[in-house]
Design a protein around this ligand. Sequence first.
Ligand SMILES: [Zn+2]
Ligand SMILES: [Zn+2]
Length: 260
Amino acid sequence: MLVDAHCHLTGSYLAEGQETAALLARAREAGVSGFIAVGTDLEDSRAVLELARKTPQVRASLGVHPHEASSWTEETEAALDALIADPAVRFVGETGLDFHYNHSPRAIQEEVFRAQIRLAKKHRKPLMIHTRSAPSDTLRVLREEGAEGAQGMIHCFSEDKAFAEAALDLGFCLSFSGIVTFKTAETIREVARWAPEDRILVETDAPFLAPVPMRGKANEPGFVRFTAERVAELRGLAPARLAELTTRNLEALCGWSPSS
Ligand SMILES: [Zn+2]
Ligand SMILES: [Zn+2]
């Protein structure tokens, strides 16, 4: 039994002709039975929560992505605060910093990241962290806001071992995506080999980053098995054992597993 710890299943994230129920059915056939669906702005977060409320195998992560940080207002904060209280919501985010694309100004990204860390602490729900080209600033903000009081996961882990050690010190889990199967990702594979077994997760970040051998296609939650197989191989574990570990780790982090 595998869980996809981070995927996008709503609205504009669905490829043309894709339908959430069919994606989830195919994933179940591939042995993937639980899904953390992630919202990236207020409207998408509402859609994710609606999906999670009617789908027992889907739980929600609600927040405003750093790309969308410019959309944040006091009203966004108040609305998210209310939505996050729902028991189907298990994470706050995705939130963090993306200094690669800079779709929102850096100062605004940081401010909106801080606000979501405060929401996570208030609701005692873990954080879903997106970080790209901003490792030291991400760690600084997490420390300054006392994020170890919320904990969470670094989604789509793509940093080095030093960053991994710092994130683990803050109590965070590391979630490996299809990147771990890419030819050039030796630094990430090194972390996937070494990370403590009680702190690792696997995810797709569908529809992005399809793992080898599906690279180039629209990613979907069922493909998490290719990433899980690669991480298992790197660690010298049977795929079933890796599935068991990552499902248990997700449950320890957010209090939910598809069988609970
Ligand atoms: Zn992300
Ligand atoms: Zn994402």
